[in-house]
Design a protein around this ligand. Structure first.
Ligand code: FAD
Length: 540
């Protein structure tokens, strides 16, 4: 190979570099069978879109390409013979240079970022790679440096990081627990409040717990094949016995968003992934305050209903009493008619008159029986109703030395029904339990109230430690005016009739547990409210 300088290099290269490019070692280094002329390699370096410089062992610049001039602003005649440090902004830490030189003098490639200054004085961030070039004896003869201005990319990356940090700190400072879940329900991001929920609720992944609770009452939260499901907001979830703070209420909101898949496989074939931002707001304090206010209103309403009910029972009881002689008079009149007994016509007329008066009295009484006001049928939460009735009854429980063991299912789907009627139902069962324990003189006065969930049913069990109901009377107790008490008064015997009626109105079932031995246990079941019309708590 001749050592003449190619034309296009004339005037740009120092003799050192000419030597470098045309040396027999470079020529020898070409791979055997490589048909490309050397000039092509030189052109490739010259026109490469990355700033390339070749230095001696002390970083004295011997060669620069066109891109170097574009990036630094220095033309060849201004920089050749200068040290690379001319580019330094002098604010790169010394350790970086130490590491740079430590690496390249060990014949290794160094890659890193430095702050450089252009000829015009403007700073830029250089992404620099320096590779040592070895001579035939394997010693370093030169260094080749390649750098790009990555200021813009760095700025964009930093802005992205700043935004991420900003979002993270806003999310962390939020008083609402937040978690981002992927479509496999894995937590991708969460905040401090969410982490607190983990310890407070004792669930490893509260988000999944809440999603399950929401799913019980909402139609499919995350339907397959839907690009972005509809957002939901302020869905209440009532959690029983959560931690030391007892019952708690949470308002859950969910927003879906999608993100382009950043994996290399999807560079050309774009694919997006869906995420759910779940916000869980603890609204226990507000709910408790509301509950206090509601409780007084409830107390008044239930007292009024109780009053109506007692009038109803009195009148129905009186009608029941009148119907018995009325039936006997009817029977006597029919008997006389069959015998065609004309001698006793005055008696027959008298009986007919009495019957007529009796019917009128019954009609008058019937008209006086007050109706129990109908209330709206909406999704209701049985746990909440039981809880309210227990609160209303707390003084009665205390006065009667009754201990209540409340074992609710942590989360309960709603039941479609009338809150008022269901409250009356539970109140009646608790009334019966307290009265039975008082009557039976039970030493241990315990009422156990539990709720559980089946596939489509909610189960309630109310058990007491009273004398219980003998097996042969268990079906009769649901009949009108039947009482297990020796001295059944006028008002006795209608409570369970009303209970049964309310259960029927809610398409539910009620039975006395035949296996319960410590007293009496009523088992009730109600169908779960259809999902499309339900809410998780279902307050009226
Ligand atoms: P200097 O006095 O030049 O050096 C600082 C430290 O580096 C010294 O304390 C010493 O530990 C070490 N050092 C310097 N020269 C040598 C040597 N020959 N052998 C072993 N250790 C040595 N710097 C930039 O700022 N920007 C660039 O774009 C850049 N590109 C480079 C490209 C190449 C190919 C090479 C070889 C070096 C490049 N450098 C670059 C490094 C540059 O040469 C300087 O070392 C650096 O700029 C620091 O300059 P200085 O004047 O502050 O300190």
């Amino acid at each position: 190979m001749s050592k003449t300088t190619p034309d296009f290099f004339k005037g740009q290269l120092t003799p050192d570099v000419v030597e470098l490019f045309t040396s027999s070692s470079v020529e020898a280094g070409r791979k055997p069978g490589n048909p490309l002329p050397l000039s092509l390699f030189i052109k490739a370096v010259e026109q490469a879109p990355v700033a390339i410089s070749i230095t001696d062992k002390k970083a004295k610049i011997l060669y620069i390409n066109e891109a170097f001039t574009e990036v630094t602003g220095y033309r060849a005649e201004e920089i050749l013979g200068e040290n690379e440090s001319k580019l330094s902004d002098k604010c790169t830490p010394r350790e970086v240079y130490y590491d740079l030189w430590h690496t390249i003098t060990r014949k290794q490639v160094w890659h890193g970022q430095l702050i450089n200054r252009r000829k015009q004085g403007e700073r830029y961030l250089a992404d620099l790679t320096i590779a040592p070039m070895l001579n035939e004896s394997g010693k370093i003869s030169h260094y080749i440096g390649m750098h790009r201005d990555v200021t813009q990319a760095y700025r964009a990356e930093q802005q992205l990081n700043n935004q991420k940090h900003l979002i993270e700190s806003v999310i962390n400072a939020s008083p609402v627990a937040m978690a981002v879940l992927d479509s496999d329900h894995r937590i991708i991001l969460d905040n401090q409040m969410y982490k607190m929920l983990v310890s407070e609720l004792g669930h490893n992944e509260p988000a999944r717990f809440f999603l399950d609770a929401l799913r019980q009452d909402m139609s499919d939260l995350w339907p397959e094949g839907v690009s972005l499901p509809r957002a939901f907001s302020n869905r209440e979830v009532r959690v029983e016995g959560a931690g030391r703070r007892g019952t708690r209420w949470f308002a859950c909101s969910g927003n879906w968003f999608s993100e382009e898949d950043a994996r290399a496989d999807h560079f050309f074939l774009k694919q997006s992934r869906q995420y759910l931002l779940l916000s869980i707001n603890d609204i226990t304090l507000q709910r408790r305050q509301q509950e206090k206010l509601q409780l007084q209103a409830l107390r008044d309403m239930m007292a009024e209903e109780e009053h109506i009910r007692s009038i109803r029972e009195t009148l129905l009881g009186a009608m029941h009493q009148i119907r018995q002689p009325q039936n006997q008079i009817n029977a006597a009149i029919q008997l006389m008619a069959q015998r065609n007994d004309t001698n006793n016509k005055p008696l027959k007329d008298l009986l007919s008159q009495v019957r007529q008066m009796g019917e009128e009295t019954l009609n008058t009484l019937q008209r006086c029986v007050p109706e129990i006001p109908e209330t709206a049928v909406v999704p209701v939460n049985i746990n909440q109703l039981l809880h309210e009735v227990m609160l209303l009854y707390s003084t009665k429980f205390l006065a009667n030395g009754v201990v209540v063991d409340w074992l609710p299912n942590p989360v309960l789907p709603s039941v479609l029904g009338s809150a008022n009627k269901l409250r009356m139902l539970f109140k009646q069962l608790l009334d019966n339990a307290v009265n039975a324990m008082n009557r039976g003189g039970s030493r241990e006065r315990l009422i156990k109230i539990s709720t559980t969930v089946g596939r489509d049913w909610i189960y309630v069990a109310i058990a007491d430690t009273g004398p219980g109901i003998p097996p042969h009377q268990r079906n009769k107790v649901f009949e009108p005016f039947f009482t297990t008490q020796a001295m059944g008064g006028l008002q006795a015997g209608m409570g369970l009739v009303m209970v049964k009626e309310i259960v029927n109105q809610h398409s539910g079932l009620i039975a006395i547990d035949p296996n319960y031995k410590n007293g009496c246990c009523f088992n009730l079941s109600f169908p779960v409210c259809p999902k499309n019309i339900s809410t998780v708590t279902g307050h009226e």
